[in-house]
Design a protein around this ligand. Structure first.
Ligand code: 13P
Length: 251
């Protein structure tokens, strides 16, 4: 049985004051024990969140990390080992906003994924197609290529200690959500691609859906057999809404 996971990606949102408020809201949530909960604050607020959530079973992760696991001369970057030192246990790799806006491509993402694991962080690999690619019928090809680049380089075993988030780019921050069946179809294809190499890894890995998940659509999405939870953007900035999504994953 895979333990469902609900993670909040706060993106570039928050001030010390608003983060303090969000921490209070999260502390007040009654969390179902069957669901793993995580938040990904901006780097600047990670220490505040780690301290603020002490004693609460919510993991903290970073939205990005460097291509090298140890410390070094890499101005402006933060290494996975520094994130571990700060109390992080997870890191996002390859979010579409970074692929598209920061030009991150497979080569760099493979290094980030490997460096994260070398430091003991669990990478959450984000993959997904654009609207143009979906309309051209290329969804499965795109997603399979993004996943395949990591499998080819690091081996399918790398996914024994990783999470995958399917986030169709056209559904992120747009209010458009993939239908439960659309999401399930892609999740099943992702799991089948892993199973072709190693069925144990495929059955164990959590596949999260991301893209305009709200309390109102979470139950249906999380009810699909290959959807093991969600990566939540906008709705994770509201503790009550985030809490309702977590409860949906617990059902
Ligand atoms: P939204 O939930 O705001 O659509 O964002 C999804 C996302 O990108 C999470 O990483």
């Amino acid at each position: 049985m895979r333990r469902p996971m609900v993670a909040g990606n706060w993106k570039m949102h928050g001030t010390r004051a608003s983060v303090a408020e969000l921490i209070n809201g999260l502390r007040d949530l009654a969390l179902p024990s069957g669901v793993e909960v995580a938040v990904f604050p901006p780097l600047l607020h990670i220490s505040q969140v780690v301290d603020g959530l002490k004693g609460k079973s919510i993991s903290v992760g970073a939205q990005n990390s460097a291509v090298e696991s140890g410390q070094g001369a890499l101005t402006g970057e933060v290494s996975p080992s520094q994130l571990v030192d700060a109390g992080c246990s997870l890191v996002l790799v390859g979010h579409s906003e970074r692929r598209q806006l920061m030009g991150e491509q497979d080569g760099v993402l493979i290094r980030k994924f490997a460096a994260a694991q070398a430091s003991g962080l669990v990478p959450v690999l984000c993959i997904g197609e654009t609207l143009e690619q979906r309309e051209a019928g290329k969804t499965l090809e795109v997603v399979s290529q993004q996943l395949g680049s990591i499998i080819d380089e690091l081996g399918v075993g790398a996914f024994a200690k990783a999470v995958i988030a399917y986030e169709p780019v056209w559904a992120i921050g747009t209010g458009l959500t993939a239908s439960p069946q659309q999401a399930q179809d892609v999740h099943a294809a992702i799991r089948a691609q892993l199973a072709a190499e190693n069925s144990e890894v495929a059955q164990g890995v959590r596949l999260l859906y991301g893209g305009s998940v709200k309390a109102a659509n979470a139950v249906e999405l999380f009810g699909m057999p290959d959807i093991d939870g969600g990566l939540i953007g906008g709705a994770s900035l509201n503790a009550d809404e985030f809490g309702a999504i977590i409860r949906a994953a617990g059902n």
